[in-house]
Design a binder for this molecule. Sequence first.
Ligand code: SF4
Length: 326
Amino acid sequence: MTREEIRQILRMPEKDFRREVMPLARETYRKADNQLYGMSMLGYSNICRNQCLYCGMRAGQKIPRFRLPVEEIVGSARAAKASGFSRIFLISGEDPGYGYEHLLQVVEGIHALGLEISLACGEFSPSQYQELKAAGAGEYVIKYEMGQREVFNRLNPSTDFDKRMAAIEAVKASGLKLASGNIVDYPGQTEEMLIEDIELMVKLDISWAPIVPYMPAKGTPLAETGANGGPAKPGERLKILKEIAIMRLLMPEIRITAQQPGDDLREGMASEQGNLDALMAGGNILFCDLLPDARAGAFRVVDHRELKGVSHFRKMAEMSGMELSL
Ligand code: SF4
């Protein structure tokens, strides 16, 4: 697909996109794989040293903080396995206090259970990614969020673009699969920037596009950039659907997050409308949160992050005509 063709899809009226592009993307995935991947997910620390301007967990944000001990994380993974999951996605803020050696113990403990492990724990050194791979991790999620150096540096003041891209390259060099992508339709993102972000995912040859629309998180600097200093507008739902479909057409076999909001943001990320639309546009992963509700409420990069469990996966698989794989 040329840059011009991507642009045409991004400019297409919704009716034409739903009639012409979504079915093509869905059919591309039906031929390539057609599995709906239901993944267990555990946010094991919501402590973060960083100050990303859009994130509800940024340092200084007033939320109850927690860190789960190694045994509790491995215990949750064991319970996930007993419920039929074969994959787990472990996430944390960038929390140096967690102790890298503890993370290695977590990975070793879960690997011994036979689960596939994807991690998203921030920037590490090249040798640390290699150690995580050796300990049994299979995939690492490290997003570039926005592919333009100046914009990235402004919105992510605790790190910088070159450092992030070096970390992304180090993940690839370690042999871990790389999951990476952008935020869609945050305040200030232009069409050209969105296209560059899409092209960067292809260039990096990602295994999973963990893409989400911008969702304003209360109390964060970027959320306060809307009209009259009010909340900024959430990313347009049509734009994330278009990006999902474009990514599916460009990379038929990768995984793409289908856990997307619907029109009513209060339904969180498990909106049936949002999830089903994303599946029909070529998305293929949904998540089941292993955190108990009280803690899940404090693990909030965005305000409405609510998820549903396996019965929701089954319903979505049936409605989309996909085969559920836990
Ligand atoms: S996006 Fe990640 S690194 Fe940035 S503040 Fe939030 S949790 Fe921390």
